[in-house]
Design a binder for this molecule. Structure first.
Ligand code: ADP
Ligand code: MG
Length: 405
């Protein structure tokens, strides 16, 4: 088995050398960073985060709290190192959601034991789920994943299709994608499908909108094991699908499948608001570009005012351009929120994927684009997560972050 990876957040070089020396000495792979924002972006790639000393002005307790509030990082344990054996300091870490706290000075064996215990505890809870609830549905993981952008051409469909395909490859027959970009939706194109049935036909069948077994007959099967609910074939048919029908079909789909990904398109209307309300997580892709950032900020402010989406939003930067003018700090500053994932630029793979109708995760599985998209699919679906109640308790990303801005 590959060595467990540990992310160490540390500003004191001597303490960093000591901690990483102990842990790499017993076989762990260490990454040490001094910047909490960088730690945020790297956390998902590690099995454990250790927070030690931070530079002046950054409170380790707050950093711990922010990590614990981020739904995408719910499955990663956090060990905090208190600078003295003061009970108050340790309690503050625990209240901020630290999974364990260790006080200085400590013995190397204590550090090893705590790290090993945490890794084991989290691995075991991952292995135990998905748990079955009384109605036979999976309790762990997220059922309804929406992807939406106020601006077009930013990778919404690319992300929705690749995330859904990656989930379906892990769970064939148990994942669906719904194209709610109802006027000009391109999900079927990205998957090289000619739909037999679309949302327009489904909308006319009231029984199918309510019955998990019946709704499946409106899906188009993709080789990956993904069921595709395609957009109508002509823009004027979009009006046939009402917000009430969207409200009916979403719970029916989540009863029929373990994971349902919605391509929400770019129009904010009652239908997409229904999606936001019902979704377990809303992925907001954004390129590091000013107009897109502005549009997204307006959307986020609107949703916060409308009281809709708060705790379940996930900002994903999609590097659409060969060269970025804005860096991650600019992006996070403009949005007032943390970016938890980045999708890399590529001049060829995405374009080829759309033209051939083969998603990147299948057509170019070794590309770094595919690697990132697969990673994102696990983050958003949280397949290995603890039961929903625990995930809920830890969520709250956007609520807290928006108000800081
Ligand atoms: N990271 C990226 N690098 C390069 N091209 C990309 C990237 N992400 C998406 N694209 C391309 O950008 C175009 C728009 O993507 P799409 O997913 O259709 O956006 P949207 O659904 O938001 O309108 C597509 O041609 C896609 O291949
Ligand atoms: Mg699209």
């Amino acid at each position: 088995m590959a060595a467990s990876t540990i992310l160490l957040l540390e500003t004191d070089p001597a303490a960093g050398t000591l901690l990483s020396g102990i842990l790499s000495g017993v076989g762990y792979q260490l990454t040490t960073v001094a910047d909490p924002d960088e730690a945020f972006r790297l956390a998902a790639d590690h099995n454990l985060v250790v927070i030690d000393l931070l530079s002046a002005g950054r409170d380790p307790v707050e950093v711990c709290r922010e990590i614990r509030r981020t739904p995408a990082l719910a499955a990663i344990p956090v060990l905090c190192v208190a600078q003295s054996d003061d009970v108050e300091a340790r309690i503050r870490f625990l209240e901020a959601g630290a999974d364990d706290v260790m006080a200085k000075p400590f013995d190397a064996r204590e550090l090893e034991a705590r790290v090993e215990a945490l890794l084991l505890r989290f691995r075991r809870s991952r292995d135990l789920s998905p748990l079955l609830t009384g109605d036979g549905k999976q309790a762990g993981g997220r059922h309804l994943i929406a992807v939406f952008s106020p601006k077009g051409g930013v990778g919404t469909t690319t992300i929705a299709v690749n995330v859904a395909t990656a989930i379906a490859e892990r769970s064939p027959g148990r994942a669906a994608i719904v194209d709610l970009d109802l006027q000009f939706g391109q999900v079927a194109t990205h998957l090289n499908l000619t739909p037999r049935q679309t949302m327009a036909e489904l909308a006319r069948d009231d029984a199918a909108l309510r019955e998990p077994e019946l709704i499946r007959s409106y899906s188009n099967h993709h080789d990956s094991g993904l069921d595709v609910y395609a957009a109508p074939l002509s823009p004027e048919l979009a009006e046939l699908i009402t917000p009430e029908q969207v409200g009916l079909l979403l719970p029916t789909l989540t009863a029929a499948y373990d994971h349902v990904v919605v391509d929400g398109g770019h129009a904010l209307d009652e239908r997409t608001m229904t999606v936001f309300e019902r979704a377990d997580i809303v992925v907001l892709p954004v390129p590091p570009e000013f107009a897109a950032l502005r549009a997204l900020r307006v959307l986020m402010d609107y949703l916060t005012d409308a009281g809709t989406v708060t705790p379940k939003t996930m900002l994903v930067v999609n590097h659409l351009f060969a060269r970025d003018v804005l860096n991650m700090r600019d992006v996070e500053g403009a949005l007032g929120g943390k970016v938890v994932a980045e999708i890399p630029y590529d001049p060829v793979v995405y374009l080829k994927a759309v033209n051939e109708g083969i998603p990147v995760v299948r057509g170019a599985p070794r590309s770094s684009a595919a690697e990132r998209l697969v990673k994102l699919s696990s983050m958003v679906s949280d397949e290995g997560a603890a039961p929903a109640a625990q995930v809920e308790r830890r969520s709250g990303l956007l609520g807290g972050l928006l108000h800081r801005a």
